[in-house]
Design a protein around this ligand. Structure first.
Ligand SMILES: Cc1ncc(COP(=O)(O)O)c(C=O)c1O
Length: 409
């Protein structure tokens, strides 16, 4: 019998897997350009009004444990945000504060999943959905975003799959369906019609729906965002969100979950999440006070997020244009978040898989990318379009020249 559990192999994160090699290269004097981490605070300083609120909370001595499920100031601010933005009526009991969406994923999987249970997500997906499900003994059933349709979800195809799962008897094992909108790693923003159809299918097949909307204000190219809570009224669902992206505060480690409905599943789930919150005592107390101010100071937030999103739009569109110059790359333009997932013609470049590709690009060019296969999208690479345009230009130039050289090898 080994010391570590068998399931511990699922504690992985492909986004950071080249960090060790990159660090050694840097120590050896090589210049490394990182395009792998989706951390806005590394490129856009966290807004001053949020920092001031954090400092003030510390000065006021707010340094003890807080209420496990979140301070009332923050749950009320979350409720007000959702009323303001999506006309959602929610009470403090529907909302729980977590240490990032990451902790919400740990809690919800532990609470819902026994060995052999299943969940549904769409490829390419955010990898931590799979890690936390598998760590709890669950298995993922994969549906697809259709690359040829601009990474859209084909709901007719989803319906056929669900019908098959029902006839196979699998549907009984499915505890939830999860998706990120906007999506990481494709930057896809799903429209109201598709979201409504997904919600209706979840309802028809009795599947609890989880919508991770952590990028819900990072929307551009004229797109309009619809929250799942707007189209899933009366349908059991949960919304995940937090401070990391829209509020540019990744290191605060504050997230929140909202379960707006009161059907039997939702009510049971809400109560259980409260139990989970008590197992880790509380979230970061001063950060919770800062988060309440971040959400409540709507004017300051609008200014900060508006400026950041305009920059991201410019950088992402610029990166797409530069990538499109590369004949070995096919790229779908993102309309939200800050990721691009180009397809690479690995065969033409003499690579067997995307893992070898990103290793070689790091070793030869000093550019750190993430492999698409880590997101269920093999033959792709994920590029984070947060750095300033001159850095994106430098990295994409090197990538483009590298591909040209490889093709003519
Ligand atoms: C879709 C998605 N969900 C959740 C997270 C993690 O969020 P948090 O910082 O709140 O743990 C990320 C981070 O990149 C993400 O892309």
């Amino acid at each position: 019998m080994g010391f570590l559990s068998k399931k511990s192999v699922h504690a992985t994160n492909s986004i950071r897997e080249l960090d060790g090699i990159a660090e050694k290269m840097r120590e050896g004097g090589r210049k490394i350009t990182k395009l792998n981490i989706g951390d806005p605070a590394a490129y856009f300083p966290t807004p001053k009004y949020i920092i001031d609120a954090y400092v003030e909370a510390l000065r006021e001595g707010r340094t003890s444990y807080s209420t496990s499920h979140g301070i009332k100031e923050l749950t009320s601010a979350v409720s007000a945000r959702y009323k303001r933005m999506y006309n959602l009526d929610s009470s403090n009991e529907d909302i729980m504060v977590t240490q990032g969406v990451s902790e919400a994923l740990m809690f919800l999987n532990s609470a819902l999943i026994d060995n052999g249970d299943m969940a549904i997500t769409f490829k390419p997906y955010y990898p931590e959905y799979l890690s936390h499900l598998k760590l709890n003994g669950g298995d993922m059933l994969f549906e697809n975003y259709e690359e040829s349709r601009g990474w859209e979800i084909d709901t007719d195809r989803l319906e056929r799959s669900l019908a098959k799962m029902r006839s196979d008897g699998k549907i009984k094992k499915v505890k939830y369906m999860i998706l990120a909108n906007p999506n990481n790693p494709t930057g896809t923003v799903l429209g109201r019609k598709v979201l409504g159809e997904i919600a209706d299918l979840a309802s028809e097949y009795g599947i609890f729906l989880i919508s991770d909307e952590i990028y819900d204000e990072i929307i551009y190219n004229g797109f309009k965002f619809t929250s799942m809570c707007e189209v899933a009224k009366g349908i059991p669902h949960m919304i995940l969100n937090g401070m990391s992206k829209d509020y540019d505060s990744t290191g605060f480690r504050i997230g929140f979950m909202i379960i707006p409905e009161d059907d039997k599943k939702s009510a049971e789930f809400k109560r259980k999440m409260m139990d989970y919150s008590a197992t880790r005592l509380s979230s970061n107390t001063p950060a919770e006070y800062a988060a309440a101010e971040a959400l409540n100071n709507v004017a300051a937030h609008k200014r900060a997020v508006g400026k950041m999103v305009r920059e991201i739009e410019d950088r992402a569109n610029h990166a797409v244009e530069r990538l499109a110059e590369n004949r070995y790359i096919e790229v779908v333009r993102p309309n939200g978040a800050f990721y691009i997932l180009p397809r690479i013609d690995l065969k033409a470049l003499g690579f067997g898989n995307d893992r070898d590709f990103i290793h070689t690009v790091l070793e030869k060019e000093g550019i750190q990318l993430t492999r698409g296969s880590g997101f269920g999208g093999p033959s792709h690479i994920r590029i984070v379009a947060l750095p300033p345009k001159e850095i994106l230009d430098y990295a994409i130039n090197r990538l483009n020249v590298f591909c040209k050289k490889r093709a003519g090898r």
